[in-house]
Design a protein around this ligand. Structure first.
Ligand code: SF4
Length: 439
């Protein structure tokens, strides 16, 4: 028996890469264990972006170290934390058997195939070649939502961010390989939504092809493409051509995640974000002008070294001006190896928390007001599942990723499109009634 247990932490890219690994393992004879405690091989696909993510993983490593005393197994750590700490990780937790850095993920699948057929222990020699290889497929067979990586790594070096150090420089995927993966997904017939993934998707460039060029080519090749989304964008690379492309292709979900990170020019400069507050505001206005039905979300990082009360107020003002539909807010933690690690962490924990609470309260109020303004609208919803609370209700999401509940028969298969009218808002969830179901 070769039973594996795979735990994934962090971003969608990690999840897509874990899916790819899992598919390869299934193909080469490994079977998923019902519980970690029954596995012959435990793999943790890790994240290094925030301290809290790494702390959770340290906790899990402690658990598996203890488990090894009663249930011997191979313990493998892959992904960003493995890349960041390399052999130091093994020194800190000797129970770790295999370290698989970001650039070795493709090799790891090959190794697992050999280990399964030869039934020998895993060893990973010939480490890091520093060339990232994209897997050929990244989605689970029966999902109706698929994630397709189109680029990897980041060249931006925001001063607080570990990503360029653990995922390396930007590498764009060959469009033929992207289209081959999408063709496979569409051929299977179930996939209704594809998210194109990358640390900075809109800086995609393969030979002469940029991101809008890739999207145009995608719709030319697949004129009946399902909903298409992309994650994540950098404001400095969000070109007028990309806005025009979204306007031209109605299948592109009217949802843009555009991390602003801060509202003060001083802090944006210290963060090395490479745009000003004014440039961001102009871009947001242009996007909303050209795509009036778009839902705009963002990331905001508060408590960066040197942040004054005035800088914080500038951020609140920017939020009030843009009126984001949603915002992911967090406060600064120094990450070793980044440029900001050497800056003095001037904002104390208590103040960071206070400012974060203020941000969250403001965003909650803005989100709620914007959602209320949508009541009465007719929208298209992708059905996800039958509600666990009420089997006569269907749970779905709009193209802006908002949750919608509407009455429906349990016989209706999830993964279909429905047209509904938004009637009521309870918390963050819309309640709606169905107008039409697409055949
Ligand atoms: S753009 Fe900045 S925040 Fe985003 S991955 Fe690159 S360095 Fe990190």
């Amino acid at each position: 028996m070769n039973r594996f247990w795979l735990e994934t932490y962090g971003c969608q890219m990690n999840k897509a890469e874990s899916n790819a690994l899992e598919e390869e393992m299934l193909d080469s004879g490994w079977i998923p264990a019902d519980a970690a405690e029954e596995a012959d091989l435990v793999i943790l696909n890790t994240c290094s972006v925030r301290l809290s993510a790494e702390n959770r993983i340290w906790g899990r490593l402690g658990y598996f170290k203890k488990l090894k005393e009663t249930h011997p197994h191979t313990l493998a750590v892959m992904g960003c934390m493995a890349e960041r700490l390399k052999e130091d990780l093994k020194k800190a937790v000797p129970a770790v058997d295999v370290i698989v850095g970001t650039f070795q993920k493709a090799d790891f699948a090959r190794l697992l195939r050999q280990a399964a057929s030869a039934r020998h222990a895993l060893t990973l020699e010939d480490p890091c070649k520093e060339i990232y290889a994209f897997a050929r497929r990244h989605s689970r067979k029966n999902d109706f939502r698929a994630f397709v990586p189109i680029m990897h790594g980041c060249d931006n070096f925001c001063s607080y961010c570990i990503v360029p150090y653990v995922r390396g420089r930007e590498v764009s995927r060959d469009p033929h390989s992207i289209f081959e993966e999408i063709a496979g997904l569409l051929q299977a017939g179930r996939v209704k939504e594809i998210t194109l993934l990358g640390q900075n998707v809109n800086s995609y460039r393969f030979q002469d092809m940029d991101f809008p060029g890739l999207l145009d080519a995608l719709f030319q090749r697949f004129p009946r493409a399902p909903w298409i989304r992309f994650l994540t964008s950098h404001p400095k690379d969000f070109s007028p051509a990309l806005i025009a492309c979204m306007k031209n292709h109605r299948e592109m979900c009217r949802a843009i995640h555009l991390p602003v990170q801060h509202g003060s020019d001083t802090i944006l400069r210290a963060m090395n974000r490479q745009y000003t507050r004014g440039a961001y505001l102009a871009l947001a206005e242009r996007i909303r002008g050209e795509l009036p039905d778009v839902l705009l979300s963002t990331d905001i990082l508060i408590g960066f070294p040197g942040e004054t009360e005035k800088d914080f107020q500038d951020t609140l003002d920017l939020m009030n001006e843009v009126r984001f539909d949603d915002a992911f807010t967090y406060y600064y933690n120094p990450r070793e190896g980044t440029a900001a690690w050497n800056m003095q962490d001037t904002v104390c924990e208590k103040l960071k928390l206070e400012r974060l609470q203020t941000l969250i309260a403001l965003q909650r109020e803005i989100s709620r007001t914007r959602k209320r303004q949508r009541l009465g609208q007719t929208v298209r919803v992708l059905a996800e599942e039958i509600s666990k609370k009420n089997s006569a209700e269907i749970l779905g999401r709009t193209e802006g990723d908002e949750m919608v509940v509407f009455p429906g028969s349990t016989k209706k298969f999830p993964g279909g499109f429905h047209t509904v009218r938004l009637d009521e808002l309870r918390g963050n969830t819309f309640y709606a009634h169905e107008i039409e179901v697409e055949k």
